[in-house]
Design a protein around this ligand. Structure first.
Ligand code: ATP
Length: 379
């Protein structure tokens, strides 16, 4: 049975230094992170297997770190040196997973009250009712999980985690299985809840949209290490690392050599090796501190490239590159075009653009890329 957590600290900033090894994993894995999470959303972003769930499990007490310290405000949840390891039930940590099973035999209300068994019945009911209202599922209180939708089930899971008044909330892709409209309504409710309660929320997602919708801060994990952190804008709009660029949706990433530095124009010309030996493509990118000959990577979002069927003139864009359409593929409402201009680039278009421009494989086209749509990264 759940027991009450200790009183909530006044300034519940989460600080964690965690080392956790899985020597027996298929490929030995070690998580080694140190971070602070102030009240509000901190997004954990990273490829599959980078250690996001392991990190949450360590904070929740479901996994025991080999070394480190985890504290919320002044309250220590785990300290390897002091042999402190507060039990899961006493940590005061709410945890919601993508497919957290609600108790199927309990009603929505009973599921929500589950963590409150230490309270008198009337108080339990009062708290659960307030939470069900907050997540707009009060009308479902007598239903069982099998009788409600996936979105409603996730609202119940959130209500059940939050009704205990946790000092930290952990959300592991809680909305991944939901459609966009349901997701955005639940995100609104979560944002509202966060503004009223201000506790650290660690939120794992693979969705760029969720990062920008919720994120005050982002931590990017790769192979058990934090490789980037900052605001969503700092981390995803101008990524320095290729992993972050891929996560941030840069469909086109190429090797590049700094060719000419135009201090006066605020740009540099980069040379990208072409698909055929001895060929290359020139690209004008923003000025960075780099010398001619330096090796870089350049990332361009497929949605940032314009496509024209006659050579455009009088444009401010510095890169107008001739190419040939290789393929067009429709996925949902987006056309994924591949264009060979010496290198192959992915370009995203609307259905209307495809039809108006009468695009088809083999057609001669021009790619138009603004200097500032070319993002330079470390090699
Ligand atoms: P995903 O986005 O796919 O959920 P993740 O970033 O959450 O991935 P984790 O689930 O934390 O990644 O896993 C990180 C690594 O640790 C993986 O290589 C995994 O195989 C390994 N691992 C996780 N739990 C255990 C365990 N109990 N025993 C052994 N290895 C484990």
């Amino acid at each position: 049975m759940p027991t009450p957590a200790e009183p909530k600290p006044a300034n519940p900033t989460l600080t964690a230094r965690i080392r956790k090894n899985f020597p027996s994993a298929e490929r030995a894995f070690s998580l080694e992170v140190e971070f602070g999470a102030a009240p509000g959303f901190t997004i954990l972003f990273g490829p599959s297997g980078s250690g996001k769930t392991t990190l949450l499990d360590c904070v929740a007490g479901l996994a025991t770190p080999d070394a480190g310290r985890i504290a919320v405000g002044g309250r220590v949840l785990f300290d390897a040196n002091a042999s402190t390891n507060v039990s899961v039930a006493k940590r005061g940590v709410g945890y919601v997973l993508q497919d957290l099973a609600l108790f199927p035999h309990l009603t929505v209300e009973q599921n929500t009250e589950y963590g409150l068994t230490h309270l008198p019945r009337a108080l339990r009911k009062e708290r659960a009712t307030a939470m069900l209202q907050e997540f707009r599922i009060e009308h479902l209180r007598q239903q069982r999980p099998a009788e409600i939708s996936g979105g409603e089930r996730q609202r119940v899971a959130l209500a059940r985690a939050l009704v205990t008044d946790p000092c930290v909330l952990l959300l592991d892709e809680p909305l991944a299985a939901l459609d966009a409209a349901t997701k955005s309504k639940i995100l609104d409710d979560l944002r509202r809840w966060n503004q009223a309660h201000r506790i650290p929320i660690l939120y794992v997602t693979h969705s760029r949209e969720e990062v920008f919708a919720l994120g005050e801060r982002v931590l990017v994990l790769e192979q058990g290490r934090i490789i980037a952190q900052g605001t969503p804008h700092e981390v995803l709009r101008a990524p320095l690392q290729e992993t972050v660029a891929q996560l941030a949706g840069f469909e086109n990433i190429f090797d590049a050599t700094v060719w000419l530095v135009h201090e006066d124009r605020g740009t540099i010309t980069c040379r990208l090796p072409g698909d055929k030996a001895g060929t290359f493509v020139l690209l004008e990118t923003p000025l960075i501190r780099a010398e001619a000959g330096s090796l870089l990577r350049v990332g361009i979002r497929a949605g940032d490239i314009l496509l024209a069927i006659v050579k455009p003139e009088g444009l401010s864009a510095r890169n107008i590159i001739a190419g040939k359409l290789v393929s067009l593929e429709r996925r949902d409402m987006i056309i994924f075009a591949r264009v060979n201009c010496g290198i192959e680039m992915e370009v995203h278009l609307t259905l209307a653009a495809r039809d108006t421009l009468n695009l088809m494989p083999g057609k001669e086209v021009w790619l138009v890329i603004k200097t500032h749509s070319c993002h330079l990264m470390q090699h």
